[in-house]
Write a protein that binds this ligand. Sequence first.
Ligand SMILES: C[S@@+](CC[C@H](N)C(=O)[O-])C[C@H]1O[C@@H](n2cnc3c(N)ncnc32)[C@H](O)[C@@H]1O
Length: 237
Amino acid sequence: MTSYEKLDRFYDAAMGDRTEMASYIRRLIRRHKPRARTLLELACGTGAILKILAKSYDVVGLDLSPSMLSIARKKLPQVKFFQRNMVSFDLGRKFDVIICVFDSINHVLEFADWQKIFRNAAQHLEEDGLFLFDINTKAKLDRLINAPTWVHKFGRNLEFINVTDGRRGIANWNIRVFEHRRGNKYGLFEEDIKQISFPVEKIRDALRKQFTSIKVIDPTARRPSAKSDRLYFVCKR
Ligand SMILES: C[S@@+](CC[C@H](N)C(=O)[O-])C[C@H]1O[C@@H](n2cnc3c(N)ncnc32)[C@H](O)[C@@H]1O
């Protein structure tokens, strides 16, 4: 079973409006690759971000999870989606921009596999193409491990997220959704999702092997630091 198989149908409702993140990504692309036309999203999930970016780019999506992709295909019937592992994909074509966002890369638990993703992304980019991805930092995962369970209401459903120390640097996100049925009856859907993070310098060193320019950006406009929650990496071939 791939991750999100039990939570797929709640994903969009639980995440809410994604316009802000998609607009931020579009601003980064416009700044760093203004003439971009084609875009591939690695780990596109339900296509929530692609739906917004499809207004500006000719988009393609890739994800490991068949159930997330089936939601994406319904949402964007005109878009091509591939069920692939981003660690080992070969689509036989190149793109102006490749993105991998919403800490999707943190789901890949071995650093050797992050290096393969960087290599695959570089190989699927046109000359001067842009690879843009974000991470949850180690500081953020540590903060979440020490935080109380997060409770979130969406519609009439309840979501509980409890992040615990899964050992060897892994953060285990235990996600429980109580789906409202009727009266005070709920159905429970539960999944554990694992994430890991690596030091920014280690990531930058690995990227240098594939990309000529690498910028690290904290979206809160603070200076990127070990304390940042989310960091974007903007990489040029
Ligand atoms: C947090 S969701 C993000 C989805 C989408 N990028 C968004 O912003 O809504 C993470 C996605 O990563 C996908 N994923 C995890 N590991 C993957 C891998 N090795 N290759 C491709 N997709 C993967 C999961 O199936 C899931 O859809």
